[in-house]
Ligand binder design. Structure first.
Ligand code: SF4
Length: 293
């Protein structure tokens, strides 16, 4: 019978695996269950001769040693801070991340027609951060996320929340325009998103809003439809990026529709507004009178 994992546990495991990949760890060993923990019951235990049991325990011990060795090595890597972690000023810290990114050629998007890298824009002290999928043609030309038609709609959404675009921080999962506005591919997201994680760790927003399924699935490492992803808060700590502030507990993450999707299907604007109202309530924001009427 298939075993369904709790979504939070599944997300935590997926984040752990992604983190290990970022650390260069690709081999995982499953520890042999103790006989008393075996799900196959006593019949299997009865079949084991004492000699084979000893052998299994010896193999399990060897595998545990491998796991422990990897863990020890990863401890040293984890303790190696990113350069921005020594910098308390988020403006300077974001600048360091941008410098580290450089004229990035880490994934194939660098040679597929991008005009420039679209790093992110907004208030480095923002309580609210929006994360989209990737730059489009207008963003690629102007070097700023969400400046085209979808950007105008995002601006209106932000305004309806009673705040200004300058109050929030806006970034994308990938920083280079995928050709023809195609969905960024998995390897591109995995290569680029560690820089986004570092940005989040510097900004330390109270709430992160994932715009659209691609952003949500990449941030949460959950493959689920929007109908399941929306309507709740997730606890989110950026994978593989330690905050320079150990007292920061991470951020809440909410999911809503991408503005480009809302342009295609305006009937969903009401649903998006419900998502934003949930965020506003958490942040204690009141909509301006006109938007509330
Ligand atoms: Fe580098 Fe990200 Fe651009 Fe890929 S999408 S080339 S990882 S900046």
């Amino acid at each position: 019978m298939p075993h369904t994992l709790d979504p939070d546990l599944r997300r935590a495991l997926a984040e752990r695996v992604r983190y290990c990949h970022e650390m260069g760890i690709y081999d995982f060993y499953r520890r042999e269950p103790r006989v008393s923990e075996s799900a196959t019951g006593t019949a299997e235990v009865d079949d084991l001769s004492s000699k084979s049991l000893e052998l299994r325990e010896e193999m399990a011990a060897k595998k545990s040693a491998v796991v422990a060795k990897i863990a020890d090595e990863s401890i040293f890597r984890v303790l190696t801070p990113n350069p921005e972690q020594a910098v308390p000023d988020p403006i300077a810290a974001l600048k360091l991340i941008r410098e580290d990114l450089g004229d990035c050629t880490r994934c194939k998007l660098h040679k597929q027609g991008r005009k420039q890298i679209v790093f992110g824009v907004g208030n480095p002290h923002a309580e609210l951060m929006f994360v989209g999928e990737g730059p489009g043609a207008d963003e690629d030309t102007q070097g700023e996320p969400f400046v085209g038609r979808a950007g105008q709609l995002l601006n209106n959404m932000i305004k309806a929340m009673g705040i200004r675009r300058e109050d929030v921080y806006i970034a994308n999962i990938v920083k280079c325009r995928p050709p023809g506005n195609r969905t960024p591919e998995r390897d591109e997201c995995e290569t680029c998103s560690p820089f986004l994680m570092r940005q989040i760790a510097v900004i330390k927003p109270r709430i992160l809003v994932a715009l659209g399924a691609v952003a949500a699935k990449n941030l949460l490492a959950i493959n689920a439809p929007m109908s399941e992803l929306r309507g709740r808060f997730y606890d989110f700590m950026p994978a593989g990026a330690q905050s320079s502030d150990p007292s920061w507990p991470g951020t809440k993450l909410a999911v809503t529709y991408h503005p480009a999707f809302l342009l295609r299907d305006p009937r969903q604007k009401g649903e998006a507004w419900k998502d934003l109202q949930m965020v506003m309530k958490y942040l204690g924001l009141e909509p301006p009178k006109k938007a509330a009427e």
